[in-house]
Design a protein around this ligand. Structure first.
Ligand code: C2E
Ligand code: MG
Ligand code: MG
Length: 347
C-alpha cells in the first residue's frame, strides 16, 4: 500500500476516535509518529526514538496529525549524529570561525555595532552555514560549546582592538536556550569576558523568542543578573514567536531585533501594507519603552528609507554588508574609524 494511502487510513482511524460522543463539546487531537518496518528493524528504544522524532516534526494545532519517519528524516538524524561525533575534533582543529556583520546607523552611515555569527570550515572543505549544524547542536548541550567558542573569539578580538587603540563597539553573540538552563551561567559568562579584560558594555547577548519559552522565571533571573553586571540584552527575531509582548514587560531588554520577515515586505507589499502597520507599532512601542530597535535583513535602499520614516535608524542587512571575517571587519569598519580620527587630530 502506498505511504499516502496508509497515512490517510491512519488519519481516518484517529479522526473517528477524536470525537468522544455525538454531542460532545470536546474533540481530542492526536499527533503521532509512525515508524515503518523498514526503519523498525532496530531495537525497541531506537524505534521509539524514531517515532518521537517523527512526531516532533508536526506543527498543527487543533488537528490530528500522523507523521511518518521518512528517508529524509532518517538522513538528517544520521547527519546530526555524524556532526556530533566529529564536534570535538573540529574544535581541536580550529575549524570554527567567527564572522561579523555590522549594524549600521542609517542616518550617519557609521557603525553602531556588530553581530558575531559562527561558520564551520567543515573538514577544511569550505564554509558551512549555521542552519546546517546549529539545529542539531541545539538538541543537546553541544550548542553551549559553539556559543562559547564565539564568545571567546569575540573577546579576544575586542582585546586586540583595545590594545591597538581602536574605539570599540558592542558585539552581540547568540545565546541559546540550553545555555540559559545551566546553573551559574551568568557568573560563568562573566568569568570568560573578564578573563580578557573587556568592559561588559561591549558584549550583548542575543536571545531568540524560542529561547525564552521554557522556565521563564529562571531565565529572567539570569538575564537580570547579566544586565545588572552591565551586559546588553537583545531579543532576536522579534515578531516570530508567540509570547513577545508579555516578555517585553518582564525582560531587561536593551535592544529588540525586528525579524527579517517584516523587513522583506515593507517596500513591496500593496497598500494597506499590514507588515508596515505592524512594524510601525512595534517600533513606536519599543521607542516608548526606551528599547533600541534594530531591523534585520534589509537588502534594498527602499527598505532603509521606509524603516527610517518609521523611526528605526539601525539596520543589520546585506544592503550594508554580509557577515565577513573578523580581519576584514577590522579593516573596513574599525581601523578606518581610527585612521579618520588620527588624521583629524593631525590637522
Ligand atoms: P540570527 O541570529 O537571526 O542571525 C542573522 C542571520 O540573518 C544571519 O544568518 C545573517 O547572515 C542573516 N542576514 C542578515 N542580513 C541579511 C540580509 O539582508 N539578507 C539575508 N538573506 N540574510 C541576512 P546566518 O549567519 O546564516 O545565521 C543563521 C542563524 O544561525 C542565526 O540567526 C542564529 O540563530 C544562528 N546562529 C549563528 N551563529 C550562532 C551562534 O554562534 N550560536 C547560536 N546559538 N546560534 C547561531
Ligand atoms: Mg542573532
Ligand atoms: Mg535574527
Amino acid at each position: 500500500m502506498p505511504e499516502t494511502q496508509r497515512r490517510q487510513n491512519l488519519t481516518d482511524f484517529f479522526e473517528e476516535l477524536s470525537v468522544l460522543e455525538e454531542d460532545s463539546q470536546y474533540k481530542i487531537c492526536f499527533r503521532c509518529g509512525v515508524v515503518t518496518m523498514f526503519y523498525a528493524m532496530n531495537t525497541g528504544d531506537i524505534v521509539a526514538d524514531c517515532a518521537k522524532i517523527a512526531q516532533a516534526t508536526g506543527n498543527q494545532l487543533n488537528k490530528t496529525e500522523i507523521n511518518f519517519y521518512t528517508k529524509e528524516i532518517h538522513e538528517k538524524v544520521l547527519w546530526g549524529k555524524q556532526l556530533k561525533a566529529y564536534l570535538d575534533t573540529a574544535i581541536q582543529n580550529q575549524e570554527f570561525l567567527v564572522y561579523l556583520q555590522p549594524k549600521i546607523d542609517t542616518k550617519s552611515e557609521k557603525i553602531y555595532g556588530a553581530e558575531a555569527l559562527i561558520r564551520w570550515n567543515y573538514k577544511n572543505k569550505g564554509l558551512m552555514p549555521p542552519i546546517k549544524f546549529i539545529p542539531y547542536f541545539e538538541l543537546d548541550d553541544s550548542i553551549i560549546k559553539i556559543d562559547e567558542i564565539v564568545l571567546h573569539q569575540v573577546c579576544r578580538k575586542l582585546k586586540s582592538w583595545k590594545e591597538k587603540g581602536y574605539s570599540l563597539h558592542p558585539i552581540s553573540v547568540n545565546l541559546s536556550r540550553k545555555h540559559l538552563e545551566q546553573t551559574n551561567v551568568a557568573e560563568h559568562l562573566t568569568k570568560i569576558v573578564d578573563s580578557y579584560g573587556i568592559d561588559h558594555q561591549y558584549i550583548e547577548f542575543e536571545l531568540t523568542e524560542s529561547a525564552t519559552n521554557d522556565n521563564q522565571k529562571y531565565m529572567l533571573s539570569i538575564l537580570q543578573d547579566l544586565h545588572n553586571k552591565g551586559f546588553l540584552i537583545s531579543m532576536d527575531d522579534f515578531g516570530t514567536g508567540y509570547s513577545s509582548f508579555g516578555l517585553l514587560k518582564e525582560m531587561p531588554l536593551d535592544t529588540l531585533k525586528i525579524d527579517k520577515s517584516f523587513v522583506d515586505f515593507i517596500a513591496v507589499e500593496e497598500e494597506p501594507n499590514k507588515n508596515k502597520i505592524i512594524l510601525q507599532h512595534i517600533i513606536s512601542m519599543a521607542n516608548a519603552l526606551g528599547i533600541h530597535c534594530i531591523a534585520e535583513g534589509a537588502e534594498y535602499y527602499e527598505q532603509i528609507k521606509v524603516l527610517e520614516n518609521l523611526g528605526c535608524n539601525t539596520v543589520q542587512g546585506f544592503y550594508y554588508s554580509k557577515p565577513i571575517p573578523m580581519e576584514d571587519f577590522e579593516e573596513n569598519y574599525i581601523k578606518t574609524t581610527k585612521d579618520a580620527l588620527d588624521k583629524w587630530e593631525e590637522r
